[in-house]
Design a protein around this ligand. Structure first.
Ligand code: ADP
Ligand code: MG
Length: 778
């Protein structure tokens, strides 16, 4: 019974499951018998019995293992939650209810098949904490568990993925997936096929972070080597003797003498032969870079980088590169070393990565307000699980001030007042600056105030975990410490009763955020497992959210433009703010929809290429372009090397060619995306145009691979019956790095651009697009 908002509150089917679980009473069984049951369950799962069938017994066994190893008795709501997770849904289960333990049931059940379960955590610290914390349970049941942290070796990653259950951050798992695309041997692939993932803090990972592209970049040395050779040949040419330009200096042609000179230099019999078409194209690009594009007119060199100058406004165009090796050629011309430059080899958004798992489920304290997005992007319903004990936290209404100063003063007064009683206080701010500003105001009164702007997960966790102690005041940026349990009185629960009598943890927010979920995460830090707690937001009409979205426009005129120290007392203002948050969430949702529409086709293309590459990597199929297109050279080669040696080289060359062409394709996509808003002005539907361009470009993908393979084969160096691929640089990038494309502003830009009217810089870029990028699509 999923309602219109994608929320399911009907727990009846799961309550039936619960009673089936409860029918097993295993408390009297000796350990050995529980373990034997676990073994039998594995066997049955591997013989094809459905997990849904095995669920009650598997959960009962897990229940006993938890009791015996951790000394905790799982609550009914945890069993319910686990049953929903096992069904592949998203659960909203409040903070502090014990989601880590809940996940163990679902993880164990899915681990029975032996095909691997990933528990995707919010950060490295939690991957390690949760894996080690739950390890005794898994050990007892004889399923293996491992975790991955940054800095671990490839070997350790692989071992971890071979375990039945792997705790790892979603990002790290995504990076490992991208790395597999660069593998040259099947054994270098660290992951097994994806089966099932449990995603912790699911709203953050599946919604907030989902569009962040993960990128793997590397250098492709050979290609640059080849270009260097061509580059040197072109450098020797002289104007009028070897080449000519038209009167506008827009086109450049080689003369007969020029062609002779190039052919001699590169030892080609005929530059215009079909087989040399690629070389000719490259030479044209280099000619253009060398003799047409002018430093300080068309581009400037700054910080060892070639930056393109907008020909109309004279401004630098940020993050733009020329396509088709033109950029590299200009860099070579300027004596820069393009070798060190990262070429994007592959990239995937977290959203598309997570969709590679045939089955995912997720858990978080705040899922409901994101339910429409879970439904739209993942086709998942959100199920609400009640807390074990009712939540008695008091969520106070917002206090609104006219200006920031008054707000901070009021926050400081409030903190000092409550702190004097000894009550623990956690303050969530919107930025590091704000947290420091507030701490500075308070330091005199509260010398041992904690300010949390450390970037280190584990330090963060320790500070947050102690935020529930008597007399503790912690000021943090808002998202700090997600996933960390704040116990009243700390882990030792010192003076628990006294803290309760003070009202429990007091959470203060100094801003409302664009997403109500983030506000609720902050509130949810207080009042865990039926503890007392309180939350309150202090806001001002000068806050970012209010200014940016012009909430002032809907506020009665008499409150505008005034400054007063006392809070404003008008429920209308509070409603206007809440309304704004809803509108912003709606807008963001629409923009996300549009953007994700743009990613569908690329995603399909990526899957096809991955599959093709995988097949070659595993030795199932070879592309064999070379045998087909150059049979003579092939026969010649076969007299020089053994068949095995040829096949070894062929595999590496083919894998390399796929990577190279995919990297080019990605670059093309980026340019096509850049052109999107221009096309919307010029030609109507940008989406159709964009898709068509991608389809067209991909149509030649196979041919491009063929061309790269051929180019490499023709210059192969054979030494003592061995094909020297290292010399050719056909070994993939010497080094790679993975990074996230910093998001944040992108969505906003996107929104702005779509609303933007025609402007001079856009028009300039349109001409640029026309001149350089469109050629590729032709
Ligand atoms: P969540 O991820 O839901 O916020 P955690 O998994 O971090 O919560 O657990 C919060 C706290 O609840 C932990 O200290 C854990 O030991 C405790 N806890 C979980 N389940 C139980 C249980 N069945 N009985 C007692 N304590 C529990
Ligand atoms: Mg948690």
């Amino acid at each position: 019974m999923v309602n219109n908002n994608g929320i399911d509150r009907n727990l009846r089917p799961f309550i039936r499951t619960l009673s089936k679980i409860k029918k097993y009473s295993l408390s009297e069984y000796p350990d050995s018998q529980i373990k034997a049951m676990s073994h039998a369950l594995k066997e049955r799962a591997q013989n094809g019995e459905t997990l849904q069938n095995l669920l009650p017994e598997a959960f009962a066994v897990t229940f006993e293992a938890i009791k015996r190893t951790l000394g905790l008795t799982p609550f009914d709501v945890q069993l319910l939650a686990a049953a929903v997770l096992a069904k592949g849904r998203i659960i909203e289960f409040p903070t502090g209810e014990g989601k880590t333990l809940t996940a163990v049931f679902a993880a164990y059940l899915h681990a029975l098949t032996g095909e691997g379960v990933h528990v995707l955590t919010f950060n490295d610290y939690l991957a390690k904490r949760d894996a080690l914390w739950m390890k005794p349970v898994y050990d007892f049941l004889d399923v293996s568990v491992r975790y991955i942290n940054e800095g671990m070796s490839t070997r350790e990653h692989k071992d971890a993925y071979c375990a039945d259950i792997t705790y790892v951050t979603a990002k790290e798992a995504g990076f490992d997936y991208l790395k597999s695309f660069l593998a040259y041997h099947a054994e270098d692939v660290v992951q097994r096929d994806f089966k099932y993932a449990i995603i912790d803090e699911a709203d953050s990972i599946l919604i907030d972070e989902a569009r962040v592209p993960l990128v793997i970049a590397g250098d492709i040395p050979t290609l640059i080597e080849i270009e260097k050779k061509l580059f040197h040949a072109v450098s020797k040419l002289e104007r009028d003797l070897h080449f000519e330009t038209d009167e506008y200096e827009e086109n450049i042609f080689l003369t007969e003498t020029g062609v002779d000179m190039i052919e001699k230099d590169l030892r080609l019999d005929n530059l215009y032969d079909v087989k040399n078409v690629d070389i000719l194209a490259k030479i044209n690009v280099i000619l253009q870079a060398q003799f047409l594009l002018k430093k300080d007119v068309d581009y400037i060199v700054r910080k060892d980088e070639v930056q393109i100058v907008d020909e109309f406004t004279g401004r630098i165009m940020k993050n733009r590169q020329w396509p088709d090796g033109l950029q590299n050629a200009v860099e070579l011309k300027e004596g820069l070393i393009p070798l060190n430059k990262g070429v994007v080899m592959n990239s995937i958004t977290l959203q598309n990565f997570l969709k590679l798992y045939p089955s995912i489920c997720g858990m978080t304290g705040t899922a409901c307000s994101a339910a429409p997005e879970f439904h739209e992007f993942y086709n998942k319903a959100v199920t609400v699980i009640p807390s074990n004990r009712p939540c008695i936290r008091i969520d106070q209404p917002d206090v609104v001030f006219t200006h920031k100063d008054a707000k901070y003063k009021a926050v400081a007064v409030e903190i000092i007042k409550e702190h004097t009683k000894g009550r623990p206080i956690l303050v969530g701010t919107s930025s590091i600056e704000e947290s420091e500003h507030l701490a500075d105001m308070l330091r005199e009164a509260i010398p041992d105030i904690n300010v949390l702007n450390a970037r280190n997960d584990s330090e963060e966790a320790v500070i947050i975990a102690n935020a529930g102690k008597l007399h503790t005041v912690t000021i943090s940026t808002n998202m700090a410490g997600r996933g960390v349990d704040i116990q009243l009185g700390g882990i030792e629960k010192n003076e628990y009763q006294r803290i309760c009598s003070l009202g429990g943890l007091y959470v203060i927010g100094t801003n409302r955020f664009e997403s109500i979920r983030i506000d609720n995460q902050l509130r949810g830090r207080a009042g865990r497992q039926g503890d007392p707690g309180e939350s309150r937001f202090f806001i001002s009409l000068e806050d970012n959210l209010i200014v940016k979205y012009r909430v002032n426009d809907v506020i009665p005129p008499k409150y505008r433009g005034i400054k007063q120290e006392q809070p404003l007392q008008n429920p209308l203002i509070n409603r206007a703010i809440l309304h704004t948050q809803k509108v912003v969430e709606g807008q963001t949702f629409d923009a996300k929809l549009t953007l994700s529409k743009y990613s569908y086709l690329v995603d399909d293309q990526r899957k096809l290429v991955h599959k093709k590459r995988d097949d070659i990597l595993r030795g199932d199929t070879a592309l064999s372009f070379f045998e087909k297109t150059s049979p003579e050279k092939y026969r010649e080669l076969m007299t020089q090397v053994s068949k095995e040696e040829f096949e070894r080289a062929q595999k590496v060359i083919e894998l390399f060619a796929i990577n190279k062409c995919w990297a080019d394709h990605l670059q093309f996509i980026e340019s096509a995306m850049d052109g999107v808003q221009i096309i919307s002005m010029a030609k109507g539907d940008p989406f159709l145009h964009y898709n068509q361009e991608l389809v067209d470009a991909f149509e030649h993908f196979e041919n491009q691979i063929g061309a790269v393979i051929k180019e490499i084969y023709e210059t192969l160096i054979v030494r003592d019956g061995q094909i020297d691929l290292n010399e050719m640089g056909v070994k993939g990038p010497a080094s790679t790095r993975t990074y996230l494309v910093h998001d944040g502003t992108e969505l906003q830009n996107f929104l702005n651009e779509f609303n933007a009217s025609v402007s001079a810089p856009l028009y300039a870029f349109y001409l640029f697009y026309d001149k350089y990028i469109k050629k590729r699509a032709d």
